[in-house]
Ligand binder design. Sequence first.
Ligand code: URA
Length: 433
Amino acid sequence: MIHPAELIERKRNGEELSAEEIADLILGYARGDVPDYQLAAFCMAVYFRGLNAAETYALTDAMIRSGKTLGLGAALGRKVVDKHSTGGVGDKTSIAVGPIVAACGVPVGKMSGRGLGHTGGTLDKLEAIPGFDVNLTTERFVEQLREVGLAIIGQTEDLVPADKQLYGLRDVTATVDIVPLIASSIMSKKIAGGADAIVLDVKVGDGAFMKTIEDARVLAEAMLELGRRAGREVVCLLTDMDQPLGAAVGNALEIVEARDTVRGEGPPDFTELVLDACARMLAFSDLGIDADEGRRRAEAAVGDGSALVFYERWIRAQGGDPDPDVLPVAPVVREVKAPDAGTVTGLGAIRVGVAALHLGAGRRAKGDEIDHAVGVVCRAKRGSQVEAGEVLAEVHARDEAGAEEAAAAVLAAYELGGAPPREHSILLDVVGG
Ligand code: URA
């Protein structure tokens, strides 16, 4: 018999809780025996007092035990590799990585999420494709993995239900951005989803949860430790989210860009991240190759068209039409032009993300409808030299008023200066592996 008030008080006072106590609290919450208000108080105590590595693992393990788990490796008779990004602006990485890795002979079965706020979600992007179904049963998910080698679906209801409840609660109690809660939320879903090895992409910067590389490293280490304790291989990429990833921000626009990248026509920063993530997933796979060879095979799959064949096969298998011409298009396209000549020294990811959100590309609240056609295409990125009057970006809007407002917001996201910024790769660091 647990006494939630006592556990809250002890955590509030900075004491360590045992694995059993944490499990009782979380499983009691998942059953409905512990009310929201007590879990909210517990999360706030954790926010200020933290959880040590053993407590964070106990929380992750309890969340996994709140529902079913998938044994993808056993079902396929293969080692299964997954990837996960902590979310950012213009992040369509999974949609390009999936078909490239599958074309290299490694099955990719992913459960993805929806966007909230200025960060987009893979499921929303995929639903821009007419007919695409993200709600496959677990049986169909595994069957498609066997037949096609690739499936991306929404998280099933019975996988880590405690996280679903807890995330909703954290979202409205200012307890989202705290490392042990983020790490356990992400890793519980990855571990329950059945992957043997996981490539994590922690976004760093203005458009991400983690604003500094130091904070991103702390989150990366916490997730690596959870992976180690659960017997999973994990590597964590720390990647730049100070400007949007690639050019496109908005659901159908991002599908076009992901498909372009799969056939070798993607923007340089996005292509670099996709190929790096593919190389590391292939190095973790049962092919027995290292990351250099993984990179060569990923590049070959893009170059010889086999990744595009897998992309089309996958989209059709989930009921969608892979032809980019059938994607929804916005009726109004407005160009945003440079007021002066200069070098783009900054392009605020969050400003572009919020402009896309206001156009209708994202949700301000859970359950909001998404307009799949709208968004922003950033033609000039950090380091681009532009002339006065040159196009910096395009706004794709539902109407003239929306285009006007978004164009002003996107222009404000651009910083134009004289001296070019010190350039660095999209990949800022790698932790673990
Ligand atoms: N993504 C998740 O799945 N959980 C968090 O807590 C934060 C980001």
